[in-house]
Write a protein that binds this ligand. Structure first.
Ligand SMILES: Nc1ncnc2c1ncn2[C@@H]1O[C@H](COP(=O)(O)OP(=O)(O)OP(=O)(O)O)[C@@H](O)[C@H]1O
Ligand SMILES: [Mg+2]
Length: 385
């Protein structure tokens, strides 16, 4: 296994700049997800690492060695695609064996009839057979080895594709939305299996997805991409609790983060709906900003609380309940998690006051950059201005 280093990659398709100065170091054995909205350049970056696409400038290194000019086949990376890309006329076992045959047998030995007569073919074939069975057992598809892909479910097909990637013992695994063709239940199950597989193999994984839940649950680190750039690459906890930019805060988390308009004064005060928050910023310029609050950072409070609204929607997920309130003069609704003993009383139309943990307040300036130089002021609670 090996670490990967992506150094200042730029990619243009004609006039379109698809990747802009992308740099990322992935440690040996690390699981890194590339997440971001459709079209942000995730697959292009993965294909450049794999050698299926050529960058306009920049370098890719595997274990410190540049792979510039090395063909995809010579990079020893295993790629798994959304579409599985299985050979329909070959059995599951033969599909998994393909990369091993390509590697361990010459073109004559691979011939279906004649190959068997050549010296050494039998021994190689039996070694390959053993490796195929081992990979199939690890993925619990050993009982399916004789079937054709057409006789398998979507989840089983995806496991065959994983098995084919697995047998090669590659320097790293590159996966491009491997679960997006599966139904919701199977996705959750296969997600756990891939995470287990990663732990067992201790291999380097680069995993592309536009599903932030997948990225949050599987990764050591998440690289959040937008518009061809990596905005932040950090642990799931960090991108959730401590985002660098408003776009990262908005993309990560379900339900989404609440964003409320605030005003900054030249004295460093922060005003929310006419309330002065007990927070001070070092930025002493007047201007508008956004206050980001995760649903769990909000708490029920009285009529003097800074946020006042009316319940317009209750979303009961069983284990927890999210309440949406409408605040007068504010376009987006505000979502908070209902405490279990208050669920019954939070019916449609109820008036609600909300306050929040000041330590969890995220302030973003007008350009979307996080304002980090925030400190609590002396007053312990929000007070009416
Ligand atoms: N061969 C190509 N020629 C021209 N433009 C391309 C080509 N491949 C990708 N693009 C463009 O590059 C941008 C990034 O594409 P890419 O496939 O990397 O996005 P993505 O993040 O993987 O999106 P998705 O989540 O939809 O798979 C898109 O705007 C796409 O239209
Ligand atoms: Mg893609």
């Amino acid at each position: 296994m090996a670490g990967l280093s992506i150094e200042n990659i730029n990619k243009r398709f004609g006039e379109t700049e698809v990747l802009k100065a992308v740099s990322l170091d992935i440690a040996d054995g690390e699981f890194v997800s590339l997440v971001g909205p459709s079209g942000c350049g995730k697959s292009t970056l993965l294909r450049i690492i794999a050698g299926l696409e050529t960058q306009t400038s920049g370098d890719v290194r595997i274990d410190g060695t540049t792979v510039a000019g090395r063909r995809a086949a010579d990079r020893n990376l295993s790629m798994v695609f959304q579409s599985y890309a299985l050979y329909p006329h070959l059995s599951v076992g033969e599909n998994i064996a393909v990369p091993l045959k390509m590697r361990r047998m010459n073109s004559l030995q691979r011939l279906p009839l004649l190959g068997g007569l050549l010296p050494g073919t039998g021994r190689r074939a039996s070694e390959i057979g053993k490796d195929v069975v081992q990979a199939a057992e690890m993925l619990e598809i050993a009982h399916l080895l004789d079937r054709k892909p057409g006789q398998l479910s979507g989840g089983q097909r995806q496991r065959v594709a994983l098995g084919r990637a697995l047998v090669r013992d590659p320097a790293a695994f590159l996966l491009d939305e491997p679960l997006s063709n599966l139904d919701a239940k199977l996705r959750v199950q296969t997600r756990a299996e891939i995470a287990q597989l990663h732990r067992r193999l201790q291999a380097t994984f680069v995993y592309v997805t536009h599903d932030q839940v997948e990225a949050m649950t599987m990764s050591d680190r998440i690289a959040v991409m937008m518009g061809g750039r990596i905005l932040q690459c950090a642990s799931p906890e960090t991108v959730y609790d401590d985002p660098d930019r408003i776009e990262v805060a908005e993309f990560i988390g379900s339900p989404k983060i609440n964003l409320l308009p605030v005003e900054l004064s030249e004295t460093g005060q922060i005003h929310l709906f006419g309330h002065v928050l007990p927070l001070t910023t070092n930025r002493r310029t007047r201007g508008v900003a956004s206050l980001g609050l995760r649903p769990e950072a909000l708490h029920l409070a009285g009529e003097d609380a800074p946020i006042q609204g009316r319940v317009v929607h209750c979303e009961n997920l069983g284990s927890e309940m999210f309440i949406q309130i409408e605040v007068m003069g504010l376009e987006p609704r505000i979502t908070f998690r209902a405490p279990s003993d208050k669920r019954a009383s939070l019916t449609l139309g109820t008036s609600v006051g909300l306050t929040f943990d000041m330590a969890k307040a995220l302030i973003f300036d007008a350009t979307g950059a996080r304002l980090r130089e925030i400190s609590p002021t002396r007053a312990p609670k929000a007070v009416v201005a």
